[in-house]
Structures are given as C-alpha cells and as structure tokens.
Design a protein around this ligand. Structure first.
Ligand SMILES: Nc1ncnc2c1ncn2[C@@H]1O[C@H](COP(=O)(O)OP(=O)(O)OP(=O)(O)O)[C@@H](O)[C@H]1O
Ligand SMILES: [Mg+2]
Length: 519
C-alpha cells in the first residue's frame, strides 16, 4: 500500500469529521462561518481554534454540559473545533448550537445529509435551552444571500428573523428540538409573523406648547428637510418639550429603512424580546454624562452608539454644553457623512448614522442671559466660556439656530394655539414626497443633498444670488454654512410648493444661521 493511501486509511479509521454552518457579525454585517469538528483518537481534550474571542472559547463549557444533559456523553477523545475562515475574529455565544450539532454529527449521533442546508444560530444554556443572541436579523439576511435553505434560531429571536422572506426560518426552544429535527424528522415551528415595536412614550403635541411660534416653524422645517436644530433659551421655555414633539412630525419609515434600523438595534442587543421590527423612527436622547463611546460607538467587537441607534430618526442632545467636549467633536464627521467608522486594532466597522440632530441649551450658566430682567449674574467671561464648550465647527453644522423667549405665565392658561402635530406632519409628508420624487435628491431629503445636486435643485435668480453673497460676507458664513442655508431655503420652498428658490425663501433660511455673538 502506498504511504499516502495508508495515511488516508489510518485517518478514516481513527478520526471522524463533520461540518455545520453559522455566522459571525462584523459591525452590522454577518459573515458565514463554517464549523468543522474533528473527533480523533488520542488524549481526551476539546480545542477550539479559528480566532475565537473569550466568549466563543467559553462555548466549550456550555456545549459539553448541554450534550451531557441531552444524554450524549461528551466524546472521550481528542475533539477539535475549527471556525473558518480563520482570519475573521469570532465573538459571542451564537456558535454554540452549530458546534454542538457538528460534534453530534461527527459522533454519528446526528445524520449529516440535511445539515449543510441550514444555518444554525444560538447560544446554549448548561441545560441545553437555546438563548437569544444579538444581530440575528443580519445573520438571517446573510443566510439568504448565501443561498441556505433555512435558518434555525432561538425561539425568542424568531419574530426578528421572520421579517426576512425567501428562506425557511425555524424557531427552536432547545438543543433536543434541533437534534430531533435532523435525526427524527420532528418538525420545528416556523417563525411567527412579524410584530411591530410599540411606540415609545406618547410624544408632546405641538398644540400643547404655548407661544414659541418661531421654534415651531423651525421644527416643521427640520422635519420636512431633515435639518439640524439648536434651541437656545431660558429654563422652562419649552425647549425639551418642543424637541420631544418631533417624533410625531416625521413621516413613517419605509420598510427598508425599518429593516436597517432594526438591524442596528439588534446588533446593539436593544431589540425587545418578541419584537420583529423597529418601525417607529428612533428618538434617542442620551444623557449629557454619556461617554464618547456611548455616543459614537466603539468597543471590541465594535458596537453601535447613540448616533447609529438614531439612524433615520432623531438624536436629541439636551443641555448641549454639558456633554464632554470629545463626545461633541466626535459628532462632526458623522453629521457630515451620515455614517461612522469605528477602527480598532483588530477590527473595523461602519455603521450608518443618518440622523437629525436636535439640541437644546441655555444661553448662559444661570440660563437668564439678556432675558429682559436683571436676574442674570453671569459675567461675560463665564458666558463666553459656557458657550465655547460647543465648538464653532459643530455650530457650523447646525442649520436652524432658534433663540426662544421665556413664556409668560398668563400664556399657559390660554387655549392651545397654532398647528397641531398632525397638521404639521401632513405638510411635512407632502414636502418630503416632493423631495423624494426629485431625481436630483437621490432619494434623500434636502439636508443630505450633495452640493453638486444642490446647484440643480436650488438654482437662484439674480436677486437671491445677490442676497446670498452679501449675507454670506456680512455674516462671515463658511462655504459649508452657505450650502446649508441653500438646503434650508430649498425646504422652505418645498413646504410652500414652489419650484423656484426665491430671495424670500433664502431670507428665512439665513435668519436661522448661528449668530456670531449674543443671542
Ligand atoms: N411654551 C410652553 N408651553 C406650555 N408649557 C410649557 C412651555 N414651556 C414650558 N412649559 C412647561 O414647563 C415644563 C418644562 O419645560 P421644558 O422642560 O421644555 O423647559 P426647558 O426649556 O427645556 O428648560 P431647561 O432649560 O431647564 O431644560 C414643561 O413640561 C411644561 O409643563
Ligand atoms: Mg430642558
């Protein structure tokens, strides 16, 4: 017998191999992982290779115990698990199910014929119950893309997985269910129909806010064009109240947008059990003690932060100057690019972050600066330092700067006035429809239109051009600020139903630019 043939015979007689399929997350994307198990003669041991992080290595303990509970004593042999490809770092406990099934298959305890058609996702408890994992939606999308017949997911993740059409999604309660599905032909229930997330706290209605007409108009513009807003005003003027009315002014997301938002929440582990899709626009209001990582994302593996969680929705930063300077500066790039890339020594992940920034602050530390009374005792230097906590470049990215006056107590007793949230939402929806139907908008709202397309959709007449040039010089506007003014002017025109951007539209947009001094 030739040496090679002898080796092959020895190998066949002494070792058994089996493979199953799973996947791992890199940022928001899932990549397929082949789980290979070899059971060979030799000193009993259980090795796990293929760049596993600590949480994956712990899989050995869970799988061993779960198999014991099932009545399959762990093989008293040399068991090697390889997670391929080896150059992608693996995180999390979601490989447990695939590893357990591959061990059973290599021990001839589970038939292998159908195993190759299914992607297996799930963490095992020591008793063999299947536990929920993060990022299931992305993994099921990956399975569909790779042509798998179906996916088996833990039952609590099934509603989330069910949104993906075009492949068979099955829900399993425990390892035994999955083994019997492959070995005894016992059926696993299909994932239940999709369930929408319940809306959050009922937002404030605009009609409940007394006075503050300028702020209400700014909110309408922001909602219509996706522009960033900063409210500056004394305590109790209604800044927080106004910001919280924003969710009710925005039109619903499309299904594709809802899927993107759901995938981000799922990777962050924020999808409520039993929920399929987040179909309400996110409204994220992190506290000012939030860290930079909490705000922009980070960690190992990279996880989305508040700005990615606010994708297609609103990021509300109340008490803006109280946020750590680093955290605020880190917002500059995502505000421009609509995405954030997190680079770590071993990893790199990009998360979409197309959010609208709503911010609120007082004009000075005591809050009563130039409010017509003598209450404010802040020195000019103190006021300057307080405002300086929000950098010029960040302010440059604010499209609508809105000073709010105090509300008179008598006003609070007056009946509701002005438009209701429903009125504004109807106008916003119409204005957004105009934007989306305009090919130059590229399917986006005005705030995200490229400067090149802006030239086509907001071409100015002679009057308007002169106004923009003179005002830009007088107000010291940066090129970015001038572009942002034009975008807001386009939204003003869209709300009016005008095709042309006129000097009147432009004048309103210019009125919202950040002043260089005072409020
Ligand atoms: N314009 C308003 N119309 C009706 N109620 C108001 C108005 N402004 C304030 N209020 C009442 O005062 C409360 C506090 O308002 P809000 O928290 O919005 O103030 P703020 O401007 O954010 O103050 P601060 O600067 O202290 O954060 C509201 O919950 C509401 O009951
Ligand atoms: Mg407030």
């Amino acid at each position: 017998m030739a040496a090679g043939t002898v080796r092959a015979w020895w190998f066949a007689a002494n070792s058994m191999l089996a493979t199953t399929h799973s996947s791992t997350l890199v940022g928001l994307e899932a990549h397929p992982v082949l789980v290979e198990v070899e059971i060979a003669r030799g000193m009993p041991c259980f090795d796990l290779v293929g760049l596993p992080e600590a949480s994956v290595k712990e899989s050995r303990v869970r799988v061993r115990s779960a198999l014991d509970q099932l009545g399959f004593p762990f093989p008293a042999r040399r068991v090697t698990v390889n997670l391929a490809p080896a150059d992608v770092r693996k995180y999390g406990a979601g490989f447990d199910l695939a590893i357990a099934l591959a061990i059973l298959a290599a021990s001839n305890e589970c038939p292998t014929e159908r195993l190759g058609d299914w992607m297996l996702i799930g963490e095992l408890s020591l008793t063999g119950a299947l536990r929920t994992v993060r990022g299931v939606l992305a993994q099921v999308l990956c399975a569909r893309k790779r042509g798998f017949k179906g996916v088996i997911v833990p039952a609590p993740n099934a509603p989330e997985a069910s949104v993906v059409e075009g492949l068979d999604v099955r829900a399993a309660e425990c390892l035994r269910d999955v083994v019997e599905f492959f070995s005894a032909g016992k059926d696993l229930p299909p994932a239940p129909a999709a369930v929408s997330s319940p809306p959050g706290d009922l937002p404030v209605d605009l009609a409940d806010v007394r006075g503050q007409q300028a702020a209400k108009r700014a909110l309408e513009l922001a909602a219509a064009g996706g522009h960033n807003v900063l409210f500056v005003g004394p305590p109790g003027a209604g800044k927080t109240m106004l910001a919280r009315s924003m969710p009710a002014l925005l039109p619903p997301m499309t299904f594709e947008q809802a899927i993107e938002v759901t995938a981000i929440h799922s990777v962050a582990g924020l999808l409520r059990p039993g929920m399929s899709v987040v179909d309400h626009r996110p409204f994220r209001a992190p506290h000012h003690t939030a860290s930079t990582v909490g705000l922009v994302g980070g960690g190992e593996p990279p996880r989305p932060g508040e700005i990615a969680l606010a994708h297609h929705g609103v990021l509300f930063l109340d008490e803006l100057p109280e946020f750590p300077r680093d955290a605020l500066e880190a917002l500059r790039e995502p505000l421009e690019d609509g995405a954030v890339t997190i680079v770590r020594a071993r990893n790199r992940a990009t998360f979409p972050a197309r959010f609208m920034l709503l911010a609120a602050m007082n004009p000075c530390p005591c809050g009563f600066y130039r409010d017509g009374t003598e209450r404010c005792a802040c020195s000019d230097e103190r006021v300057r330092r307080y405002r300086g906590r929000v950098s010029g470049p960040l302010l440059d990215r604010i499209d609508l700067y809105v000073p709010l006056p105090s509300v008179r107590i008598a006003q609070l007793g007056e009946p509701g006035e002005g438009p209701t949230s429903a009125d504004v939402r109807a106008r916003v929806t119409a204005a957004r429809a105009v934007q989306l139907s305009r090919p130059d908008n590229g399917g986006d709202c005005n705030a995200r239109v490229s400067p090149r397309s802006l030239k086509d959709i907001a071409s100015l007449g002679a009057d308007a051009r002169t106004l923009l040039t003179t005002a830009s010089e007088r107000m010291g506007l940066s090129a970015r600020a001038a572009t942002r003014v034009l975008r807001v002017a386009r939204t003003v025109a869209d709300l009016e139903g005008d095709q042309e951007v006129t000097a009147t539209h432009l004048a309103e947009a210019l009125g919202y630019r950040t002043p260089t001094s005072g409020t």
